[in-house]
Design a binder for this molecule. Structure first.
Ligand SMILES: Cc1ncc(COP(=O)(O)O)c(C=O)c1O
Length: 367
């Protein structure tokens, strides 16, 4: 048996006719940039996130960068970011001219809430929780800390479309000042290329973000600030509208598979799951594996692809190594050194899931 890591072709076959129809309609209407499809997607996606506004943009990184810029923080203000995330979260902070303040994550890879408080000083102005692997950060606690210290919150929701905060039971994406999404093709909600969005309940921020993504212009050829060009295009919006209708069904299927993995892999103290938070939408299912190289080779021999999310914590990137050399990021570095992600996608067949489990259990029993 050969398993795909994330088989998008099955997802797309399921909706091929609807997508073709919608693409053809967009082409025949001769509208490609910031028109009806983007408007509609923005309305539908904000409603889906229980938020007032969504603003489409070019990708998840741009969403983060624009969101940070829209807060108008003073140069070098400190921004708290978890040490285990995709590079985009931290690079957006640096590129926006602010000071990155990394804190460690917990055993599940989510920002360590105790460490947020410890890292705050008078120049800290923003915290960016990342709902990593599809899990939800405890936003109730993040909001409490932020209120106490007068911090802004930008949620990085790039891996958690449709997820819920376990502690408030509220949907992610409307719990801070702005939430940022990536619709990279492999995400729980993915486009046919790059795409992203920002979601907010704040009308002022909404208007700012709408202008920022279009070179600072609300009215064609009238530019009131130095924004960037980062638009969601009509074809991607048309595709996302169709896929959004299926997202809850696909997330439910991911959850079923994730829980089945948790219940059927013979974990022990050393060989454990990372993604164990309740209510995860399982964008990624990953394990801590003591003998990672041996395990990855073994899985590859069984024709089961694996990926590492991520092989370096943010402090381990060459660019940032020195800046953070006096700080410890024990959990982030453990994940970087030992995590392995295994296949998970909504249409995975029962026999494929059982095959993956049987091979992992075989490896565990022999090592
Ligand atoms: C946590 C996180 N943040 C940000 C991004 C950036 O999104 P994009 O690749 O669309 O720029 C990603 C995408 O991989 C991500 O996983």
């Amino acid at each position: 048996m050969k398993i795909e890591f994330n088989d998008l072709s099955i997802i797309h076959n399921e909706i091929k006719d609807e997508i073709n129809k919608s693409i053809n309609k967009t082409i025949s209407e001769n509208k490609y940039i910031l028109s009806d499809q983007v408007d509609r997607f923005e309305r539908e996606f904000s409603k889906y996130c229980n938020a007032k506004y969504a603003i489409g943009c070019g990708n998840g990184y741009d969403a983060l960068f624009l969101a940070i810029k829209s807060l108008n923080l003073r140069k070098n203000a400190k921004v708290i970011v978890p040490a285990m995330t995709y590079a985009a979260t931290s690079f957006a902070v640096v590129n926006a001219g602010l000071k990155l303040e990394l804190v460690d994550v917990d055993k599940n890879g989510l920002i360590d809430l105790e460490q947020i408080e410890q890292a705050i000083d008078s120049s800290t102005k923003l915290v960016m929780p990342v709902h990593l692997y599809g899990q939800a950060v405890n936003m109730k606690k993040v909001k409490k800390i932020s209120k106490k210290h007068n911090l802004k919150i930008i949620e990085d929701c790039a891996q958690a479309h449709g997820g819920y905060d376990n502690h408030s039971n509220q949907k992610l994406g409307c719990l801070g000042d702005i939430a940022c999404y990536s619709f990279y093709p492999g995400k729980n909600l993915g486009a046919f290329g790059d795409a992203g969005a920002m979601v907010t309940n704040n009308k002022k921020l909404y208007n700012k973000l709408k202008a920022f993504r279009a070179l600072g212009s609300m009215q064609k050829y009238h530019h009131d600030n130095y924004g960037v060009n980062s638009r969601l295009d009509e074809l991607q919006a048309a595709i996302l509208r169709i896929k959004l209708k299926k997202l809850d069904k696909w997330n439910a299927s991911r959850k079923k598979i994730g829980i089945y993995y948790l219940n059927n892999i013979n974990f022990n103290d050393d060989f454990r799951a990372i993604n164990t938070t309740k209510n995860s939408v399982y964008h990624i299912f990953n394990l801590i594996v003591p003998q990672r190289k041996k395990f990855v080779n073994f899985m590859s021999d069984q024709k089961i692809p694996t990926v590492m999310h991520y092989p370096r914590s943010i402090n381990q990137h060459k660019l940032l190594k020195e800046q953070f050399s006096n700080k410890k990021f024990i959990n982030a570095e453990e994940i970087a050194a030992h995590s392995v992600s295994i296949p998970i996608f909504p249409q995975m067949k029962k026999e494929e899931i059982d095959y993956v489990i049987s091979k992992i259990n075989h490896f565990i029993s022999k090592n």
